[in-house]
Ligand binder design. Structure first.
Ligand SMILES: *Cc1c(COP(=O)(O)O)cnc(C)c1O
Length: 419
């Protein structure tokens, strides 16, 4: 086990042998108090700015200045089909066909759009299975959709909680809950990776279990995209939604994405429509009747914001350069090293599963003591760590720009702060 000795020389040797190491230079690091690059472990919350983002955005501002409305056709990258520039890279990243993905809106908006199509309670089949620890915005979205159908969220939303004394869900308990709900279950909606605990779920197995009882299955990939190597098409999931500003570095409030499995592309699903989902050939003839694009783009409502798309393109180019498989391989090793380092620090209990296949990059840790004070000390030492009050911290070594040496330095800061 090469990770059992978290010594500086070992960490340096891993960085020296890391084929992805040059990618770090493509990012801008906020400065620590002493002016050096901070140790950035908050990429699960907001990814760092790629150096190329600024020029990508400025290029569109310049084209707007130069061309005005003609930029829709005459910009260096014409704005009319601009969002399509993200499609192939996004499809590769999430393991989908290009027709199954679209970059648009933000996560919660996309979740609403998908719920309109994939939550169709009828008769006995009304229930939605979620995690008790689901991200609040997902809960608000789901509860409001349940009410729109005239149902009571309390009666309709079934919340899966970890067993007493446990921090994460057991896979078998998820499958058992789905089987038990049977024909009362309309939708399974889970996070992936779980935003708080870092637990990764088995998408294909959960999807198969949901489909076996006749339910739709969707996933919130906010913490999974750009983190795990996904195979959305093969998972058979009905839909997925995500944001691009966490591991994908799209920038604050950046655009999200959505996946709709191919088998729904010809289905006559209920859907909220807008002109950007209308057939491209006749869109500008301004016809009275809506005719959907075949694929995930049918869910688009408006013409998309070019500046955030431009910033996202700069980051996606780096993912294309690295390849998600290689990133994930590095990530597994980097997070295992972080796990070893954290185990050497007293007063911390890891909540994230120890099985590397059941987690992504991030480790969540319970602090026995004053977590706020610990995070403040780490901050003063130049490290950016996320605090979930009162006693939980989340640490994400994003493999695009984090070195083994950074994890080692964090270990030193943690030891200095806790002793
Ligand atoms: C970050 C995150 C969101 C954010 O939603 P926005 O609509 O992009 O603000 C939603 N769900 C989960 C699970 C998240 O981690």
């Amino acid at each position: 086990m090469p990770f059992s000795l978290p010594d500086a020389a070992w960490a340096a040797s891993q960085d020296a042998a890391d084929a992805l190491a040059p990618l770090r230079a493509e990012f801008l690091f906020p400065p620590a108090d002493d002016g050096s690059d901070c140790l950035y472990f908050a990429g699960h919350s907001l990814g760092l700015q790629p150096r190329a983002s600024r020029d990508a955005v400025l290029a569109e501002l310049d084209d707007w200045a130069r061309l005005g409305v003609e930029g829709h056709f005459a910009a260096r990258n014409p704005w009319l089909p601009y969002h399509e520039l993200l499609t192939d890279a996004t499809a590769r990243l999430v393991g989908a066909k290009p027709s199954e993905v679209v970059v648009m809106n933000t996560l919660t908006v996309n979740l609403h759009l998908m719920l309109v199509s994939f939550y169709q309670p009828s008769g006995r089949r009304t229930k939605i299975l979620m995690e008790s620890g689901a991200f609040p915005s997902d809960r608000y979205a789901v509860a409001s959709q349940v009410k729109l159908h005239g149902l009571d969220p309390q009666q309709t939303i079934v919340q899966l909680a970890p067993r007493a004394g446990e921090a994460t869900l057991r896979h078998d308990d998820i499958l058992a809950a789905i089987a038990e709900l049977g024909d009362s279950l309309a939708l399974v909606l889970l996070g992936h990776v779980q935003y708080l605990t870092g637990q990764a779920f088995d998408l294909p197995a959960i999807t198969a279990a949901g489909h076996a009882v006749g339910a739709c299955v969707g996933f919130d990939l906010a913490h999974g995209v750009g983190n795990l190597a996904l195979a959305l098409h093969d998972s058979q999931a009905d839909f997925a939604v995500w944001c691009n500003y966490k591991y994908l570095n799209a920038g604050p409030g950046g655009l999200g994405g959505a996946f709709v499995h191919e088998r729904h592309h010809d289905a006559d699903l209920p859907r909220l429509n807008g002109w950007w989902g209308h057939d491209k050939a006749s869109r500008f003839e301004m016809p009275t009747d809506f005719q959907a694009i075949r694929g995930a783009e049918a869910w688009q409502l408006s013409n998309p914001p070019i500046l955030p798309l431009a910033a996202l393109r700069a980051s996606m180019a780096l993912f294309e350069r690295a390849g998600i498989q290689a990133l994930r391989q590095k990530s597994v090793r980097l997070t295992a090293y972080l796990e070893t380092v954290l185990a050497a620090v007293p007063g911390l209990t890891q909540l994230t599963p120890r099985d590397p296949t059941a987690r992504g990059a991030m480790l969540t840790v319970r602090v026995h003591g004053d977590a706020g004070a610990l995070v403040a000390k780490l901050h003063a030492g130049g490290a950016r760590i996320d605090l979930r009050a009162p006693d939980v911290i989340r640490i994400a070594p994003a493999p695009l720009y984090t070195r083994f040496a950074d994890v080692h330095r964090l270990g030193h800061l943690l030891l200095a702060a806790t002793y």
